[in-house]
Ligand binder design. Structure first.
Ligand code: HEM
Length: 152
């Protein structure tokens, strides 16, 4: 690596940090992740319960969009990190839980994709894992909101 590359990389990261801070992209994107995953699981669940085919399609496509957007939710979170977030236990959990959830969502997506491919309804095991995921996501959102709004 030449000496110019680390300087270039630092410049790009700093420009991205500025962009995310100005646009408040993380608080915008969190809404997509926080809405799409529960809507997917609820649609699949009600769809299976009432045998409504269009709800099963809703469950599949909303999870698809959640999986596309969530890596950006996590990346913008890292870029949105500010000095006063350091040393706050809730934010340390938020950082690692959020990163973990973004990775684990690919696993949930792969599982749901397999069911979609075989034209099958999601199984009870899928619903149990997805419900745990949604609970963790709700806790994740709570921690972020607590940091932003607790001082107000
Ligand atoms: C699934 C992923 C994530 C979700 C659903 C999520 C959710 C949230 C929510 C709801 C807020 C409050 C936003 C507001 O209303 O203003 C927030 C704030 C924040 N999140 Fe996340 N987040 C995620 C991942 C991450 C990651 C991976 C990081 C960083 C490492 C991160 C860093 C932050 C920061 C720095 C704030 C602002 C805190 C402050 O103002 O001091 N987030 N997040």
């Amino acid at each position: 690596m030449t000496t110019i590359e680390p300087i270039l990389a630092a410049g790009i990261i700093s420009a991205l940090q500025q962009f995310v801070t100005v646009t408040k992209l993380h608080p915008i994107l969190v809404n997509f992740t926080a809405a799409l995953v529960p809507v997917s699981v609820a649609s699949d669940f009600i769809g299976r319960l009432c045998k409504i085919e269009s709800l099963r399609n809703t469950g599949w496509w909303t999870l698809f969009y959640a999986t596309v957007v969530t890596p950006f939710t996590a990346i913008t979170g890292w870029l949105f990190w500010m000095g006063d977030d350091n040393g706050v236990t809730g934010m340390t959990i938020h950082k690692w839980l959020g990163t973990g959830l973004a990775v684990l969502l690919f696993g949930l997506f792969a599982w749901r994709f397999n069911l979609h491919r075989k034209n099958q309804w999601p199984t009870t095991a899928y619903f149990i894992v997805a419900a745990i995921f949604v609970a963790a996501l709700a806790y994740q959102g709570h921690l972020g909101g607590e940091q932003v709004f607790s001082g107000m």
